[in-house]
Design a protein around this ligand. Structure first.
Ligand code: SF4
Length: 63
């Protein structure tokens, strides 16, 4: 399960580039979850590592 803290997202868009099947951005660039993280677990893990604001976190138990 992915945990997203939209209040700390800085709208970099890196997660959308890394896992476009899961992440999207609203009109302000703030992250949205559109896909099913478990179906893109490897890309989601990379997106979590690369998020510059710490807005993404893998909850215990995986994606
Ligand atoms: S990588 Fe992090 S800061 Fe950038 S849009 Fe995604 S959640 Fe927001």
């Amino acid at each position: 399960m992915i945990e997203v803290r939209r209040d700390v997202c800085v709208a970099s868009g890196l997660c959308v580039l890394t896992a476009p099947g899961v992440f999207d951005q609203d009109d302000d660039g703030v992250v949205l979850v559109r896909g099913i993280p478990a179906e893109h677990a490897e890309a989601v893990a990379v997106a979590v590592d690369e998020c510059p604001s710490g807005a993404l976190r893998l909850a215990p138990g995986g994606t």
